[in-house]
Design a protein around this ligand. Structure first.
Ligand SMILES: [Zn+2]
Ligand SMILES: [Zn+2]
Length: 432
């Protein structure tokens, strides 16, 4: 019996991994333009970290966490709580009042696996800690938008404000009153969490709830003065930066810790309307986790969804891996010589490959083609004696005689001077 991967857990095979690298490189590049520094946290955390931050009555904490109950530890279901735990533990605010951090890695949730939704999924997560200004919110959204645009994706941005501890309780009461009066039309989930998490009814996917909340009180009408001013500031800054957005008063996000600005990058292209990225402000969370009273805002983007969307929305092909040179060696002596030369080329930062199996020239050239090699150097016993090898340009099929000499270092340098002019530049500009 073959052992297979667990349901909801997926291998990223080499070709797909190239797509992921493409996304990650672009993300790192853009994040760093915005002054973000990378931080890496462990995957396991104390369970309490998530129940205290995400909230006891959320789907995640209620039923989706992978916890080792006898040890009180959990595989992180999202990155923000872990990142803030690390931030607080190491007192990062002491070094710098505003921290801009990002992390990329796997998260774990025990959900029903479906398209683009796995039990181990991967996120790029960014957080700006220590700043309350609405410009920061806009800057963060602009960064997300820039990344999506640069990846060639068309995604729309929706924003909302969830208010603060001063104004949300009032809204909550208004909403509960409204929902209570129409309890019969609510779905089972919404009825169950009416007292604990009534806001979730606003973004419930069930048709009955969707219709019912259309006339529900709007959180945007219940904001206190400060929250109102802040939200207006976010809109103003988004306009200044030329970021297109729309307001969605039904967007509440599934986590308890959000305050004020929340936002989602939305697409219709992954089946039902879904978010490829989402986030918001969490001004009370750091203190709630035992840290200093600092505000924060962040978002996460799902790698699986981004990769899926790129396959769907763009004609950007998955970058092909290539090799600079393949050395086809025939015979023991040539193999020995070639192994030294290959190694030397690698120290010169070239991607070099060879084959030790002593297969026929035809088989070895096939291998050179398979690994997408740009050049092939053919060295047989005769060539070794005559100190003359054949260098073939695999794209044009042109070949030249390449004189061999005993000093491997010189040999490698000469080869590089031929290969290097177009190193990292693809196609054209072939020199032989
Ligand atoms: Zn408020
Ligand atoms: Zn519902």
């Amino acid at each position: 019996m073959k052992i297979k991967a667990i349901n909801g857990f997926k291998d990223i095979l080499p070709e797909a991994a190239l797509r992921w690298q493409q996304i990650e490189q672009k993300a790192r590049d853009i994040f760093e333009r915005f002054g973000m520094c990378e931080i890496r946290m462990p995957i396991l955390e104390k369970t309490e970290l998530f129940s205290r931050s995400i909230g006891e009555a959320t789907d995640i904490v209620e039923k989706e966490m992978y916890s080792f109950s006898d040890k009180g530890i959990t595989m992180r279901p999202e990155a923000t709580a872990s990142l803030l735990r690390a931030f607080i533990e190491h007192g990062l605010h002491v070094q710098q009042p505003v921290q801009r951090l990002y992390t990329i890695g796997p998260m774990f949730r025990h959900e029903r696996p479906q398209k683009g939704r796995l039990r181990q999924f991967h996120q790029m997560d960014v957080e700006i800690i220590g700043a309350t200004e609405p410009q920061v919110d806009a800057e963060l959204m602009a960064m997300g938008q820039m990344l999506l645009n640069d990846l060639g994706l068309t995604v729309s941005l929706e924003i909302n404000s969830l208010g603060c501890p001063a104004c949300r309780p009032d809204f909550r009461v208004k909403l509960i009153t409204y929902l209570e009066a129409r309890k019969e039309s609510l779905c089972e989930d919404c009825r169950r969490r009416l007292a604990t998490n009534p806001l979730r009814a606003l973004d419930c996917k069930s048709r009955g709830c969707k219709a019912l909340v259309q006339d529900a009180p709007s959180i945007l009408d219940s904001l206190c003065n400060d929250c109102n001013t802040h939200f207006a500031g976010v809109e103003h800054s988004l306009n200044l930066l030329g970021v297109t957005y729309s307001k969605n008063r039904f967007m509440v996000r599934g986590l308890d810790y959000y305050t004020r600005t929340t936002f989602e990058f939305i697409t219709d292209d992954l089946g039902a309307q879904s978010a490829v990225g989402a986030g918001g402000r969490y001004d009370g969370l750091i203190e709630q986790l035992g840290g200093p009273p600092l505000p924060g805002i962040g978002f996460a983007m799902g790698m699986e969804r981004l990769a899926l969307l790129m396959d769907q929305q763009t004609d950007s092909t998955i970058p092909k891996s290539s090799t600079d040179i393949f050395i086809a060696a025939l015979g023991d002596e040539a193999t020995e010589y070639s192994s030294m030369l290959t190694h030397k080329l690698r120290t010169l930062e070239l991607k070099a490959a060879m084959d030790y199996s002593g297969r026929s020239l035809k088989a070895q050239m096939k291998q050179a083609g398979r690994i997408n090699s740009r050049f092939a150097l053919i060295i047989g016993e005769n060539e070794l004696v005559e100190k003359q090898a054949v260098l073939r340009n695999m794209q044009t099929q042109e070949q030249v005689t390449f004189s061999l000499n005993e000093i491997i270092d010189e040999q490698a340098e000469r080869l590089r001077s031929i290969i290097k002019p177009e190193f990292r530049i693809t196609e054209d500009n072939v020199i032989i």
